[in-house]
Design a protein around this ligand. Sequence first.
Ligand code: CP
Length: 303
Amino acid sequence: TRHLLGIKDLNPADIQLIFETADNFKTVLNRPIKKVPSLRDVTIANIFFENSTRTRLSFELAEKRLSADVVNFAASSSSVSKGETLIDTVNNILAMKVDMVVMRHPYAGAGIFLSKHVKAQIVNAGDGAHEHPTQALLDAFSIREKLGDVAGKKVVIVGDILHSRVALSNILCLKHLGAEVMVCGPTTLIPKYIGSLGVKVEHNLMKALNWCDVANMLRIQLERQDIKYFPSLREYTMLYGLNKQILDSLDKEIIVMHPGPINRGVEITSDVADSKQSIILDQVENGVAIRMAVLFLLAGQTP
Ligand code: CP
């Protein structure tokens, strides 16, 4: 594939290749000299129409570790505010001889749309409530690192499944790799089509946690909520928040994940987020190696 628009475009062999490539880059990243010359002749634009800390910085670091030339574009401080379209914006960036575009956009399908209208390789860094493929890859890579394999592992994704691009990409990626996947949350935050993806649905957090090996606690995305369908935050925390008392009451030591940013005290308490069962910062660390692998493999493709 020329682009990385979503996990739905990848097959299990593609994901394994990304993981094996990321293994090599993780070794490089642990050396005193973290840089390789692989993308010396490649110029990459990171264009972000929505805020980001982890994804934007780890793409930029991944590009720099690969020796690519990098330009960063934040829509809020650009001529988008003067009415310039997405296609015009990207074509103007490409006129400056840019090879690859990493884009985050608030609208689902923005990357797919762009890939049909411009001559550049597109990497989706999150499109609305649709997909966040590199997040799912780094999440599965982190499970593999911690548990040895993803196949056969039981992973529950807790929270706002309806508005979450992380949930959809995670489900597709974990299913490809042979994990058993469950979603857990209130009926209002679980889409009706979820059964067609081959995942279990559980509305009781304790039952879900007692079933799983890994719990991925999603952020409540207040910026995407239609508030009238949503219980109050306090009710959400009471029913679906993970705290240390719950974690310690389980029969086995599960692994706790979170894609970030965390709403501490809402979906997860600090004593869980910062506990030894949490791999939240390992996920962030692995994001750089995974994004290096994705960019490296895509750069080998003919644009
Ligand atoms: N996980 C994630 O996408 O975080 P950012 O929004 O900070 O990039």
